[in-house]
Design a protein around this ligand. Sequence first.
Ligand code: 6PG
Length: 265
Amino acid sequence: MALSGGHKDRELRVHESLDELSTDLADYIAELSEASVKERGVFTIALSGGSLIGLMGKLCEAPYNKTVDWAKWYIFWADERVVAKNHADSNYKLAKDRLLSKVPIIPSHVHSINDTVSAEEAADDYEFVIRQLVKSRVISVSDISDCPKFDLILLGMGPDGHVASLFPNHSALEEKDEWVTFITDSPKPPPERITFTLPVINSASNVAIVATGDSKAEAVHLAVDDVGSDSPSVPAGVAQPLKGKLVWFLDKASASKLEGSQFSA
Ligand SMILES: O=C(O)[C@H](O)[C@@H](O)[C@H](O)[C@H](O)COP(=O)(O)O
């Protein structure tokens, strides 16, 4: 790792290469899984789409494929496109093809969205599923809100600074009551999506944001550096668990505009 820094509950991990980043990401996820299984007997993890899934690929290889307690994993999506599960745009399909089909996860622990209904109904259905699992204590409850407390929420970040399907200046960012909301006007296609809301993201025990490449450098800077405004200007900047820990996984390119970074252009 080229650089690792941060304060109490936020850590920046800047990597020399994508290979190094993916090894560190696999180590990080495996360690959190082990700790959660030890403490609670399960590991609840929410995925997103994009390059994140490919960067998790080392989990399918030795030693992780044998050492991780896959039967204890419960899988969710922090956001999903409202398309059929076999559609090329489906985040579920991406994760299934690249990750979930390669490790012994229990199929009934994989909680994908209902893709046969409208975005609004899919969001409601997904929140209902999560509520049932909170009731049965598979998912913990936050002690500072009534929100679910996922063991880990993994997020990618777009060049515009969006995380999950929370896009800049979109009203979904303001949603405070629902756990899962929907949008029908995503600026990035496809337009219809469901997404965890900020209160849910910020109630997690751990949140990781994985952002690589030059195109993310400006948004990383706006989200991470104190840019002199009271409110962060990109959604990624407000993803900060209140009692949990945030880790940024970056490469040299995405970290290049960070203030004080040795990688600054
Ligand atoms: O639903 C989506 O459109 C994607 O899941 C999206 O939110 C993705 O996570 C980011 O855009 C980062 O994607 P990359 O890592 O591929 O750039």
